[in-house]
Each structure stands twice: as C-alpha cells, then as structure tokens.
Design a protein around this ligand. Structure first.
Ligand SMILES: NC(=O)c1ccc[n+]([C@@H]2O[C@H](COP(=O)([O-])OP(=O)(O)OC[C@H]3O[C@@H](n4cnc5c(N)ncnc54)[C@H](OP(=O)(O)O)[C@@H]3O)[C@@H](O)[C@H]2O)c1
Length: 254
C-alpha cells in the first residue's frame, strides 16, 4: 500500500534527502517549507523519480498561521498522513547572551512547539489506523551542553523516547534522529562559508548516508537513531563525560 509522507524542511538538506529516498520507495509526498519555488522544483524531480504523487505546502512554521495550515493537512481524514518527518530547523549565529531574544523565541518555537503541535495533530489518526511513523530530526547536540540548540534537541530526544515507549505497542513509532555535522545548507545559513565552520573533515557526514541509516533504525522501531559508528562512539562518551568538559568540546565547532 502506498504511504503518504509529510516532510517539513523539505526544500533543503536532510529534508530534501528524506523526500528523495522516500520517492524512490514509491511514497506519496507532502513537501513543507517557506521557499515555494524550490519545493515546486523538487516536486518535479520526485515525480520523475518514482513518487506516487507530490503536494507542495508552502508555510512559515514560525508563524501560527503557517503551523496551523500544516496541522489542517495532518488532520484531513480524507487524505491520511502515514509518515511525519519534522526536519525544519536552523541555528543561531551568536552566543546566547548576545542573541536577539525574538530569534531565540522563533528557534524554540520551530524546534519544540511546532514538532509538538504536528505530532499532536498526526497521532490521533495514526493511532486509530494502528499505523504511523514519526521522525524528529534532533542532533548529537542533544547529548552535550550546547546553548539553546542542545537544549531544544534534547527536548526532541526525550519526548521521542517517551512517545515511542507509549505508542509503539499501538502501531506508531517515534524516532529521534541524531546526526552529527552533515553537509547541508545549515552552516551556510549561519553565515559560515564551506571550510569556515572549524570542524575537521572526519567529523562531516553526507546527507544520503544519514537518511539511509536512520530509515533502517526507523524500520526497527528504534526511539533514537545516531547515524555512523563515529557519532555512536561520541554520544556514548558524551553521556558519561563531565558537563564542563563536554561544554568545552562542544563549543569548538559551529
Ligand atoms: N546539518 C547538520 O549538521 C545538522 C546536524 C544535526 C541536526 N541537524 C538538524 O537537521 C534539521 C534539518 O537541517 P539541515 O541540516 O537539513 O539544514 P538546511 O539545509 O538549512 O535545511 C533547513 C530546512 O528547514 C526549513 N525551514 C527553516 N525555517 C523554516 C520555517 N520558519 N518554516 C518552514 N521551514 C523552515 C528550510 O526551508 P525554507 O528556508 O524554504 O523555509 C530548509 O528546508 C534541522 O532540524 C537541524 O537542526 C542538522
């Protein structure tokens, strides 16, 4: 049976890669982001790549009206969503004490309030059908003290762990995907040109691999997926190491 997958942040990076891999398996896709032109271009590509159908839903998720339009789509009983991927996100360029508090509030909203609202909208239908899959794209930063970014990602991991344990036996899995540094537009949007991020080459991952590995973990019903052996090792150490040491190490890259 054809699945319908709704992906936020589909216009770039990991969201685009999820859309490509799910199109190849024949899913119907609902693409969400602000940049409508990029979503339309991607929709054309995905239709040629095997997607059963592609809808473009342009929305600014940091506005209540934008988030509400996606909630409406998720609760449309005539067109059920089987897979929800919360990938929309961004980083903040300044240290917390210097950042604009309104930017911080948007950051908190996009990474915490919006995924919570979208999950809350998607879950009743999924539970009624006894089938559903939710992915929250968190980060390895969830396991280290790293300003508000680490804090919001840690919320995503903790909430996914709880939700997976609560709903898995009722047919709905919830997985927090925790990538390490991955080549996307994330760092460029922070104002850092390629090579200026202060991150050694060995720490970079490529989006296709992150997505492929995470989808394997999702199929196994895991609550947390940390793609790549090197980041599995790093997160294991991070859970045991003292907070001060991890905060220093985490402050090195952007
Ligand atoms: N890249 C990494 O190193 C890395 C590592 C760990 C975790 N992550 C996480 O992975 C997720 C995806 O990031 P990425 O690396 O793929 O970055 P990216 O290439 O910059 O993509 C971010 C996506 O989020 C969308 N977005 C941003 N603000 C939005 C808003 N207000 N409303 C709707 N959509 C919005 C953007 O689309 P529009 O601009 O078109 O709206 C874009 O599609 C994020 O949650 C990020 O925190 C990234």
């Amino acid at each position: 049976m054809t699945s319908t997958s709704l992906i936020t942040g589909a216009s770039s990076g990991l969201g685009t890669e999820y859309a490509r891999q799910l199109a190849r398996r024949g899913d119907r896709l609902v693409l969400v982001a602000r940049n409508e032109a990029r979503l339309e271009e991607l929709a054309g590509e995905l239709t040629g790549a095997g997607a059963a159908g592609v809808e473009v839903l342009s929305a600014d998720l940091s506005s209540p009206a934008g988030a509400a339009s996606v909630v409406d789509r998720l609760t449309d009983a005539a067109r059920p969503i089987d897979v929800l991927i919360n990938s929309a996100g961004f980083g903040l360029p300044l240290a917390f004490e210097n950042s604009d508090i309104e930017d911080e509030a948007r950051h908190l909203m996009l990474h915490v309030e919006v995924p919570m609202r979208l999950m809350h909208a998607a879950l009743p239908g999924m539970l009624a059908r006894r089938s559903g899959t939710i992915l929250n794209i968190a980060s390895v930063a969830a396991f280290m003290p790293r300003s508000t970014y680490g804090a919001v990602k840690s919320w995503q991991v903790m909430f996914s762990r709880w939700a997976n344990s609560r709903y898995r036996s009722r047919g709905v899995t919830v997985t927090a995907v925790c990538p390490g540094y991955t080549h996307t537009e994330f760092h460029e949007r922070l104002g850092l040109a390629k090579g200026e991020e202060g991150i050694p080459d060995w720490q970079w991952l490529e989006a296709p691999r992150v997505v492929e590995e995470s989808l394997r973990d999702v199929a196994k019903g895991k609550a947390v997926s940390v793609p790549s052996k090197r980041y599995k090792a790093i997160t294991t150490v991070a859970k045991l190491a003292p907070t001060g040491l991890m905060a220093k190490l985490a402050a090195r890259g952007r």
